[in-house]
Ligand binder design. Sequence first.
Ligand code: S3P
Length: 170
Amino acid sequence: MPERNIVLIGFMGSGKSSVSNMLAKILKRDVLSTDRLIEEKEGMSIREIFQQRGEAYFRKLERKIVQEVCARQGVILDCGGGVVLDSRNVTDLKKNGILIYLAASAEHIYKNIQGHKHRPLLETEDPKAKIGKLLQQRAALYAQAQHTIRTDDKTVAQICEEIIGILPHE
Ligand code: S3P
């Protein structure tokens, strides 16, 4: 039986990248980030892609990258927060992957994104309100994951432990 991918989804700042990297070390698996692959392919940062080409263009790139990474087996996939907006991505990711939603509260997300990499969608006058609005819009989409792990007030190691606990039941 080929090993299934471990696919992390969730809002920006919910800890997907830190958890993916630690999990990859613990499980000795490769880790792939859809955002990093898009940046490599385009030779631009996510922020530049949004600014110069727009969100619709970014989503098309994201769709292509998801199709490519879904061809891999046994890897850890760190997905951009908006990957669930295209239902085809969810279907493809689920085919040979276990979808795990890292769920964080708006307060926790807001704290986490301070002083971190630029998130074009949150570069607004009131990022807190935007987080709340997007979280609400996306709640049902993230809920399509097979598992949900709340990340507020948990360490990256604790979250990894929870994920590892899920694997034998899959
Ligand atoms: C996005 C999340 C970002 C990145 C882009 C759009 C979103 O990824 O793909 O800025 O729509 O939620 P992270 O969740 O890794 O920050």
